[in-house]
Design a protein around this ligand. Structure first.
Ligand SMILES: Nc1ncnc2c1ncn2[C@@H]1O[C@H](COP(=O)(O)OP(=O)(O)OP(=O)(O)O)[C@@H](O)[C@H]1O
Ligand SMILES: [Mg+2]
Length: 268
C-alpha cells in the first residue's frame, strides 16, 4: 500500500469513514452572517473574492501536480488571518464543479470556523478527536448548494497536544488520504509558535500554506516557522493585509503567492 501511515502499522480497520457531502445534515448559511464575518468566497462576483479565486487556481494546480489532497493553513504567530483564508478559500473551492471540499477546524482550542459560517451545535470535531464519537456524520455539515463540508469545533478545554499526537489522529488523516481525485481537504491550523500542534498537523498533511501578516511578521519569524515545520512541504505563502495597491478591500496579495523565499526576494 502506498500510504505511509497505513504501511507503518495503522491497521486498515482503524481507518474512519469520511462521509460524502450528501450524507451530512444540510446547513443553509445566513448570507448576512457570512458577509459580516467576511466570508465572501461563495460569491464569485464579490470584488473581495477575486484574490481567493486566483489563489484557488494556483493551489489546485500545485496540489494536482503533486497528487496532494490535504493542505493545512498556518502562520508564524496568532491572528494573521488563517481562519479568514481557510473559510474563503474553502468557499471559493466549493464553487468548482467536480470537486468536493472538506474543511476541518484543527485549531481545536481557539476554533472559529463555526462562528465564521454561523454554525451552532454541541458535537464538534473535538468530540471525534477525543474519541467520544467515531461517526463524522455527527459533526459535519453540508453547505447547501455547494460542494463544501464543514467540520467545526465547539468550545472545549482539551489537551490538544495529546489529541493530535495520537494514533487516532494519524488514522483520521490516513482516512482522508483515501479520498479520490477531486477531493480537497483544508485544515485550519493553529499558529506555529503557539505550541507543538502546528508541527504535528503539518507533519501529517500533504502540504501547508503559510499566511504572513503584512507589517507584523519579520523575515526571521517566517524562516523560523518554516524550519520548525520541516520536512513538511510549504506549497506557498500568502501575504495578508497587504497595502501595496492590490486594489481589493481585504488586502490579499496573491502576487506574493509562492515559496516564501520568492516573497522575500520580491519584497526586499
Ligand atoms: N485581509 C483581511 N481583511 C479584513 N479582515 C481580516 C483580514 N484578515 C483577517 N481579518 C480579520 O481579522 C481577524 C483575525 O483573523 P483570523 O481569525 O482569520 O486570524 P487567525 O490567524 O485565524 O487567528 P488565530 O491565530 O487566533 O486563529 C478576523 O476577524 C478576520 O475576519
Ligand atoms: Mg484561526
Amino acid at each position: 500500500m502506498s500510504d505511509p501511515l497505513v504501511s507503518t502499522g495503522q491497521a486498515a480497520s482503524t481507518l474512519f469513514e469520511i462521509p460524502a457531502h450528501t450524507e451530512l445534515p444540510l446547513f443553509t448559511p445566513d448570507w448576512r452572517v457570512l458577509e459580516e464575518n467576511r466570508v465572501v468566497g461563495f460569491n464569485g462576483r464579490h470584488i473581495s473574492a477575486r484574490p481567493f479565486s486566483l489563489l484557488r487556481s494556483q493551489l489546485i494546480k500545485r496540489m494536482a501536480a503533486r497528487d496532494y489532497r490535504i493542505v493545512g493553513i498556518t502562520s508564524p504567530a496568532p491572528g494573521a488571518g488563517k481562519s479568514f483564508l481557510s473559510a474563503n478559500l474553502a468557499a471559493t473551492l466549493s464553487r468548482l464543479p467536480n470537486h468536493s471540499v472538506h474543511v476541518f477546524d484543527l485549531d481545536v482550542r481557539r476554533a472559529s470556523i463555526a462562528e465564521s459560517f454561523g454554525l451552532t451545535g454541541e458535537t464538534g470535531l473535538e468530540k471525534f478527536l477525543a474519541g467520544d464519537i467515531d461517526d463524522l456524520r455527527k459533526v459535519g455539515r453540508h453547505v447547501e448548494g455547494t460542494n463544501l463540508a464543514l467540520y467545526p469545533c465547539f468550545l472545549n478545554d482539551l489537551d490538544t497536544v495529546q489529541l493530535l499526537a495520537s494514533e487516532r489522529f494519524a488514522a483520521f488523516v490516513a482516512s482522508l488520504r483515501t479520498l479520490g481525485e477531486g477531493h480537497i481537504v483544508v485544515f485550519d491550523m493553529p499558529p506555529v509558535f503557539a505550541n507543538d500542534d502546528a508541527m504535528v498537523i503539518a507533519g501529517q498533511s500533504d502540504c501547508y500554506l503559510m499566511v504572513i501578516e503584512q507589517g507584523r511578521n519579520s523575515r526571521k519569524q517566517v524562516e523560523d516557522a518554516i524550519r520548525l515545520l520541516e520536512p513538511a512541504d510549504c506549497i506557498g505563502s500568502v501575504l495578508n493585509r497587504y497595502d501595496g495597491g492590490v486594489g481589493d478591500p481585504y488586502g490579499y496579495s496573491y502576487g506574493s503567492y509562492g515559496k516564501y523565499s520568492d516573497y522575500f526576494s520580491k519584497a526586499e
